[in-house]
Design a protein around this ligand. Sequence first.
Ligand code: ZN
Length: 54
Amino acid sequence: MQRKPWHSKEPQTEVYHDNDDCTEGNNIESRNMQSGTGTRLRKCAHCARLGRKK
Ligand SMILES: [Zn+2]
């Protein structure tokens, strides 16, 4: 399901997530969770694929 975007606070993070079925997004530890799309992040490819699927 689509939800508000979130990303990891880890410095090497390059993507944000917006689908709660994304395993990568769900693997982010709660202490590293940050809501929003960040500043220079692109959308996670897995989330993009999940978003297209109906
Ligand atoms: Zn994702």
